[in-house]
Design a protein around this ligand. Structure first.
Ligand code: TXA
Ligand code: MG
Length: 323
């Protein structure tokens, strides 16, 4: 992706952050709503703008691996290995926090989430700021994350001091969250860096959280997190034909397999890309567009059970309230 970095915007964003304001900016995953990670007042504005409960911790974004130790302590060698391999990139590491890290960042826990985003604008901003920026996805709590600047406008409007437009996000789904503080690394939120890729890098197995684990504030565990407002249901390919026969109101049908659907004035068919990387890139944009069109339902074809589709499967479950 070719992105022109406009220096005046970088300077303006850094000035806003230093003054305790909010700047929405592109990352490779989704757009983030950024504030100075050391400024409690600024961070309170994030929670207010998103309508997000205070016990949902935030990810600290930094520009280089050296800054890990500014926020985390007792960082295990495996964490450095993963950081060196996958950063900048869509992987968040949960580590033991340094004592100064604010409760508002960690949700009062002893751990902190950190990542280096892989986007030229995000990196330029973080380098210029020269500190940690907390950045949740730039959407209202429980809504779908924004993957374009336009979507950030829709979600946050004038609740943010500046929105930097970096075009559509490359990855399109939120980062993989990996908890490195237990005996075995554990994936709290699947992303496009898969359990298999992490296992291969570490040479040992990682565990994957499926259900809410008591004591761990895993992300998106709320019913209908990452959800459109239109009723959304998930069906297996084999269930679709019979279901669609009964349709008598306008619905959108989102498929990944190249299946033929019954021709019917009620049915709008959206054929998604057949590969997980492209599918992930398009998913939130498509759901957002469909959500504007007053369909009775959005019907989504379930995707394969393989590891490369795991993050997409997870978000589809959440969009349809199936978890
Ligand atoms: O790709 C991403 O991660 C995007 C971009 C902007 O970087 N950010 C993002 O932030 O998705 P957010 O706040 O929407 O989701 C981060 C999730 C939260 O739901 C939170 O529960 C989890 O990360 N999290 C943060 N710190 C944590 C911690 N110390 N322990 C467990 N979960 C944590
Ligand atoms: Mg979010």
């Amino acid at each position: 992706m070719q992105t022109m970095i406009k220096i005046p915007e970088i300077t303006e964003a850094v000035a806003i952050w230093r003054a305790g304001g909010l700047v929405a900016f592109p990352t490779e995953t989704v757009y983030g709503l950024g504030a100075d990670a050391s400024n409690e007042v600024a961070i309170r504005r994030i929670f207010a703008a998103k309508g997000r409960p205070h016990d949902h911790p935030l990810i600290v974004h930094v520009a280089n691996v050296r800054q890990l130790q500014d926020w985390a302590r007792d960082v295990p060698a495996e964490a450095y290995l993963l950081a060196n391999l996958f950063w900048p990139g869509p992987l968040t590491l949960i580590l033991k926090k340094q004592p100064h890290v604010l409760d508002l960042v960690t949700g009062g826990q002893e751990t902190v989430g950190i990542r280096i985003p892989n986007h030229p604008i995000a990196l330029a901003l973080l380098e210029a700021f020269n500190g940690g920026i907390v950045a949740p996805s730039a959407n209202q709590f429980t809504h779908i994350s924004p993957t374009t600047a336009q979507a950030v406008h829709e979600e946050l409007g004038d609740k943010v001091d500046l929105i930097i437009d970096g075009g559509a996000c490359d990855v399109g789904l939120e980062s993989t969250i990996l908890d490195m503080t237990g005996p075995v690394p554990r994936i709290l939120r699947p992303g496009m860096i898969t359990a298999e890729a992490i296992t291969a890098a570490l040479g040992s197995v990682v565990s994957v959280t499926r259900k809410e684990v008591p004591g761990i504030r895993a992300p998106g565990m709320h019913h209908l997190h990452y959800a459109p407002t239109t009723k959304t249901i998930l069906l297996h390919s084999a269930q679709l034909p019979a279901y669609l026969k009964m349709i008598n109101q306008r619905v959108a049908v989102v498929t990944y397999s190249q299946m033929t659907l019954p021709i019917n004035t009620f049915i709008t068919h959206i054929q998604m890309p057949t590969t997980p990387i492209q599918y992930a890139h398009d998913l939130y944009r498509v759901l957002r567009e469909l959500d504007h069109q007053q369909f009775h339902q959005i019907i989504i074809e379930a995707v394969p059970e393989t590891s490369e589709w795991a993050a997409i499967r997870d978000r589809l479950f959440r969009a349809s309230g199936s978890v």
